[in-house]
Ligand binder design. Structure first.
Ligand SMILES: [Ca+2]
Ligand SMILES: [Ca+2]
Ligand SMILES: [Ca+2]
Length: 129
């Protein structure tokens, strides 16, 4: 078990080094302000607007399948995606690591681990035994 946990740890660290969160699958989207994408200012994104976002999965974001991504759907999709190259680890991602204490690692309590926070946690929490 410890070996598996450590491998996950290392994989995650490498993902961060590459600017990619290894645990987040293919959910990598450019994080852009809704207002910037909603070009016709109707408060929702049509497929064309959605597709203008690098990496945005319109069909997945449109959870009620009405052909538009509303603000709430947009926010949800962004919350579930990993911004490209942000080098941050979410609580969800950290929870995949056995025995990882997210709140202890999150020094500034912003619910994200920056690269520095993650590396500090890596260097201070060594596998026991
Ligand atoms: Ca629109
Ligand atoms: Ca919708
Ligand atoms: Ca933090």
């Amino acid at each position: 078990m410890k070996r598996i946990a450590l491998a996950t740890f290392v994989a995650l660290g490498m993902g961060i080094a590459a600017g990619v969160a290894a645990q987040a699958g293919n959910d990598r989207t450019n994080h852009v302000p809704f207002a910037d994408v909603d070009r016709d200012k109707d408060g929702k994104l049509n497929r064309e607007e959605g597709n203008s976002i690098n990496g945005f999965d319109f069909s997945r974001a449109d959870t009620n399948n009405d052909g538009y991504v509303a603000r709430a759907e947009f926010d949800a999709a962004m919350a579930h995606s990993t911004a490209r190259g942000d080098g941050k680890v979410s609580a969800d991602e950290a929870n995949d690591i056995d025995g990882f204490n997210f709140s202890a690692a999150d020094a500034d309590d912003d619910r994200w681990l920056s690269r520095a926070e993650f590396q500090t946690a890596m260097s201070t929490s060594r596998p026991r035994g």
